[in-house]
Design a binder for this molecule. Structure first.
Ligand code: MG
Length: 333
């Protein structure tokens, strides 16, 4: 028996009956020999962490454009926080921690530069629209590895595609990541906003803070414990009370942070920058790296321009914008 088979057997004996088992996976798009040591989900997690798109998350904005301080989150730290929150819940509920981790690490790989501003710009400009969850799947299925993709398991791909609020993942592990994503961003965006002087604690809805706690760690803990206590039989959920608190905090952040203040001012500039880049690459053939020009030949220019821009970090997009518009800034590769 291989090490992997021993691990799979142990998981089948110790995980909850509704956990997703690696040996019951629906498999990969292209069949591959199994790893003698790691389960398919552990192997997928490793493929994600070693891919180029994962490293670029480091220089992509979460909310505060161009990370104006060392302690603000970017997509990488957001992703790591989601992963740890999701793993805590997965372990407590005895579902598959490797699958949970793989989905969480991959969920935002398709995110654009400049946070949701970038997503809105591409969605507005491209005739077939743009959504970061669909792009995350395109990254792992196709864009990574020179067009071969990472060839991940069906359950990881499903969790990545369906981590968005409007969609439904097919595994409890996918549901956990979807909730952990919200728990992470609501709490770290509050902390970053207070640190950045955008919001004060007094502005936050008082009854929500009274219920959850003054500190970020207390608030995360209250939400995580609530999910663990109210999920049953593989149905991952929060109490009605906690879901409402979360909804109110989310609405508060949309009104006061995402669509107001500094984030809003920076967002207007980021939109203008990305629109100029988009039209430039759309109008002038041969201006993108060859791999994207090849995609344009096969799948149309819009698709290729969206792939190219979505893959850019904030820094890369800004440098290319400078090279296009500022004299003397044209020596860029
Ligand atoms: Mg996310």
């Amino acid at each position: 028996m291989t090490i992997r088979e021993t691990v799979e057997q142990a998981q089948a004996q110790t995980l909850a009956p509704y956990a997703t088992l690696a040996q019951a996976s629906k498999g990969r798009l292209r069949e591959e020999a199994p790893c003698p040591i790691r389960t398919c989900f552990a192997r997928d997690r490793d493929r994600i962490i070693h891919c180029n798109a994962f490293r670029r998350l480091k220089h992509k904005t979460q909310v505060f454009i161009a990370a104006e301080g060392d302690h603000f989150r970017e997509r990488m730290t957001h992703t790591l926080e989601v992963t740890q929150i999701a793993r805590t819940i997965a372990r407590a509920l005895r579902v598959n921690e490797d699958l949970t981790e793989a989905i969480a690490l991959g969920h935002d790989l398709g995110h654009t530069p400049f946070g949701h501003t970038g997503e809105r710009v591409l969605n507005h400009l491209a005739s077939s629209g743009f959504a970061h969850n669909e792009q995350s799947l395109r990254v792992v299925d196709f864009l990574e590895n020179n067009g071969l993709g990472l060839n991940l398991s069906a359950e990881v791909r499903d969790g990545i595609l369906n981590h968005r609020t409007s969609r439904t993942p097919s595994t409890p592990e996918g549901h956990i990541v979807r909730l952990a994503d919200k728990i992470a961003y609501i709490n770290h965006d509050i902390q970053d906003a207070v640190r950045g002087g955008e919001l004060s604690m007094e502005q936050l809805p008082k009854d929500c803070i009274d219920r959850l706690g003054e500190r970020s760690s207390q608030r995360i803990n209250a939400m995580v414990v609530d999910v663990i206590e109210h999920s049953e039989q593989g149905q991952i959920r929060m109490s009605e009370e906690m879901a409402q608190i979360m909804q109110r905090l989310r609405a508060f952040l949309f009104e006061n942070l995402y669509f107001g203040g500094r984030a809003q001012r920076q967002s207007a500039k980021a939109s203008a920058l990305l629109e100029i880049l988009y039209h430039h690459y759309m109008d002038q053939k041969g201006t993108m790296p060859q791999s994207f020009e090849n995609i344009a030949e096969r799948e149309g220019r819009e698709r290729a321009v969206c792939d190219y821009i979505a893959g850019m970090s904030d820094v890369y997009a800004t440098r290319h914008f400078e090279a296009l518009l500022i004299p003397g800034y044209d020596n860029i590769k």
